[in-house]
Design a protein around this ligand. Structure first.
Ligand code: GRF
Length: 200
């Protein structure tokens, strides 16, 4: 048996992408294991799901900042991820900007999922940006994380049509459905690539 991808999953929200990854692993569609779940919010859905499913969890202590972590705290996060044996850092609705300690420790091994077809609609509530711009299609993107905002190298995208009568909620829901397919697929491709099993 070839070694599994060892994941640390970071999230601040509902945790639906975390669940999709968990379910793909359970279904035998993804050769990975979630070694640690990290959240900056004790009350986040991702923490509740991870607890129910018995995953190791670390809830970050309160930070002075809202959109990032102090370097010492991010350094501790790196330590925890390493101790748990995580090789890949999977951002799944993690609402803090990743800075040098984590970027340097896991360079080229941090992924994020964003609810638009990047480079369009970077930043918050990308589905609302797409509606406001009047585009006919949007989607989601899995990309490497670097110093830029939602600007790292793109790994894969999945398109979602925008219907004329779409509400923000409905469009977001369909983008999330696409995310739940795309993220596990991309991770499985990474596993295949690590073991020289890719055809493309
Ligand atoms: C996703 O829509 C993702 O695109 C964005 O944050 C959201 C996280 O949702 N980065 P969930 O917590 O995985 O349900």
């Amino acid at each position: 048996m070839k070694p599994l991808l060892r994941l640390g999953v970071l999230g601040s929200g509902k945790g639906s992408n975390f669940l999709a990854i968990h379910e793909a692993i359970q279904a035998g569609k993804l050769h990975a294991e979630i070694r640690l779940v990290v959240s900056d919010r004790e009350d986040a859905g991702i923490v509740e799901h991870a607890r129910r499913l018995g995953y190791p969890i670390w809830v970050l202590p309160l930070s002075r900042y809202k959109t990032r972590l102090e370097p010492e705290l991010e350094g501790e996060l790196v330590e925890r991820l390493r101790e748990a044996g995580c090789e890949w850092v999977i951002l799944a609705g993690y609402m803090r900007v990743v800075k040098a300690p984590l970027l340097e420790a896991y360079r080229g091994r941090i992924l994020n999922i964003h609810p638009s077809l990047l480079p369009d609609f970077k930043g918050l509530e990308a589905w609302k940006q797409a509606l406001a711009a009047g585009v006919k299609k949007t989607g989601c993107t899995v990309h490497y994380v670097d110093e830029s905002l939602d600007g790292g190298e793109i790994l894969a995208q999945r398109e979602v049509p925008v219907w004329p009568d779409d509400t923000p909620e409905e469009l977001h829901r369909r983008i999330q459905e696409a995310e739940h397919i795309l993220y596990p697929e991309v991770l499985e491709k990474l596993w295949q690539k690590e073991h020289g099993l890719t055809l493309d």
